[in-house]
Design a protein around this ligand. Sequence first.
Ligand SMILES: Nc1nc2c(ncn2[C@@H]2O[C@H](COP(=O)(O)OP(=O)(O)O)[C@@H](O)[C@H]2O)c(=O)[nH]1
Ligand SMILES: [Mg+2]
Length: 328
Amino acid sequence: MPANLTPDYFAAEKEYRAAKTIPEKIRALEEMLAIMPKHKGTDKLQGDLKRKISRLKMEARRRPATKRGYTYYVKKEGAAQIFLIGPPNTGKSRILCQLTSAVSEVADYPYTTRKPLPGMMNFENVQIQLVDVPPVSNEHRVAWLPGIIRNADALLLIVDLSREDLLEQVETVTGELEKSRIRLIGKHLEEDSDEEMLHLRTLVVGNKNDSPGAEENLQVLKDLYAEKFPLVDISAGENSNLDKLKRELFNLLDIIRVYTKSPGKKPDYDDPVILKKGSTLADFATAIHKDFAFKLKFARIWGANKYDGQKIQKDHTLKDEDVVELHI
Ligand SMILES: Nc1nc2c(ncn2[C@@H]2O[C@H](COP(=O)(O)OP(=O)(O)O)[C@@H](O)[C@H]2O)c(=O)[nH]1
Ligand SMILES: [Mg+2]
């Protein structure tokens, strides 16, 4: 018997797939269960959903925020939230200080950073939130860390090029996070048979490229990981290659900037509308006002020496730095 699932059901399922936290997942699954038609054809599916819900509820109970029962939450600001993760002493706090106006304690001994510290980084006309956190290590686990990392849009994995143990630095972090069902991936989305595994895009940053031996160590890092991850080497201490780091991070996010324009006026380049790559004119209109996609009569577009004010349809795919004039 066909299940005859409704569009509402598929919308809830989509929400479930996008959910990052256990409570979000439970909420979406309960919604799916509530709205699905109940008949013989859906018996098996109902059973599956109920099992998933009880498994997640059990997991939520097993994983209280911390022993003392508190956890941190960093409110997202700007176009994306990026966590700086890595082994102890690799320069995470120094990088936050260089790229944002936040002041994070930098020290030559491990575990100086004890709680999350956010700061805003400018990349051209986009604001991106960076969050400094305690190190990921297998000697000293921070119970609340995986929980807040799950909320990230992407990660910077900071490793230390003054040390030779690049393999160990990377694998310790990836191994620890996998235990918390977080998998670091590069540019391309990966299939995963484990549906509880969260995939987070990651840029690998080799810091301290000013150090003796850094060049050879960077080569080792590239040999091991350049195929899998985008990779950049910097010196936070000497302020070198930081612009490249910002550009690579922006590329990793898969977002585009679209500028609004009023008829007869110049575009507003200071305040881009941030959209996912692949977004259409309809998405842009909705981002400005929820009714605009419906009300839209037509739109004109200007962009990287391609269009010159030509009219476009709602399904037109926008590119980074296009300029759009909406006619409502
Ligand atoms: N040579 C060099 N030292 C650095 C660089 N970045 C950070 N450090 C030093 O590495 C140590 C650890 O830095 P910190 O930012 O506290 O590392 P965290 O534990 O990852 O937050 C400090 O002594 C920093 O001065 C760099 O680019 N070059
Ligand atoms: Mg630190």
